[in-house]
Design a protein. Sequence first.
Length: 377
Amino acid sequence: MVMIDNTLRTQAGHIQIHGKGYWDDKIVDNFLSMDAAVISGLENIPNVENVSPRVETYAMVSFGSVSKGIAVIGVSPEKEAQKSNLPSRIVQGEYLAETDDGVLIGEGLSNYLKANTGDTLALIGQGYHGASAAQLFVVRGILAMMTTEMDYGMIYTTLLATQQFIDMPNGYSGILISIKDNKLLDKTMKDVSNKLQLMHSGLQENTETHDLKSNDYEVFSWHFTMDRLLQSAESDEVFSLVILYILYVIVGFGILGTVIMMTNERKHEFSMMISLGMPRIKLISVVSFELLVMSLMGLILALMVTMPVAYWFAVHPINLSGEMARMMLDYGMEPILLMSTTSSIFISQIVTVLIISLLAMIYPANKIMKLKLSQNK
């Protein structure tokens, strides 16, 4: 689930806002129009981490005698840097400025067109209301894209440049919203819809398809926009729970085995202490306290070892390759293995191990209560 959440934060967004009809027919005429004040208002909604406006369209790019159909992705360079860390993928040239009229292209497209940084590309496409779109763009930088399709078939430019290209000021193909806590997805969707409702009445909720519709906007959750990813998340969660319960059984038997061995080795000691007048209940309390201290020491040692490792791989994720990488790319996920440092994960495991330890204490308590002094002299 960590990798899926990372994909939503850095690429697709947990929530998407589109113009009515755009999801079914992705043409420029179905783009939404939204001013900067509304976008700024969305950023102030609780639990919203990032609001990334997009202008996505298609065009024919030409350089010299070579042409190719590509996807044009208009982004806010500043917001996109925060969302997907796009600047880190630049292998040549420089990143875009907010008001730049240049483009970033993949290494594959650069080789195909034989275009380098500083060269001027001609783009021809369809503008708003059927108008022709044609404009020249200077290559500012070359990117190392995640997939071959993106490397050969996609360019990035600024929102302003793309809006000028299609002749639609304040026009967007969609608004991608990343949130801090996916558990609050439904509440955040309602907050987003309420914010839009201030300008547009007639909001209706459709819980079956996970969308909230107004006269001009459609608000979708990632459950709807990324159905394949949701199915993957559900199957991954079930598999993870099975593995987790198997590990709990292994840990439980490990603790129980240690407790049984320790109890049987100390039968003579227990008999001596009971013979000297120690109440059995008090002896059980002492033994239970010993086991609790041992469990806590083991948990503290485990945290000291695992937390630095988890933090390191959270900052420096493992790059996957081969079949696993191809499978993740098919789902639109970056082929990296992330580790989570969320405190709730560590706390839940500590509580679970302590509960297992407490259950294991039943064995020595039962042995002490049934201990026959005459057989352990």
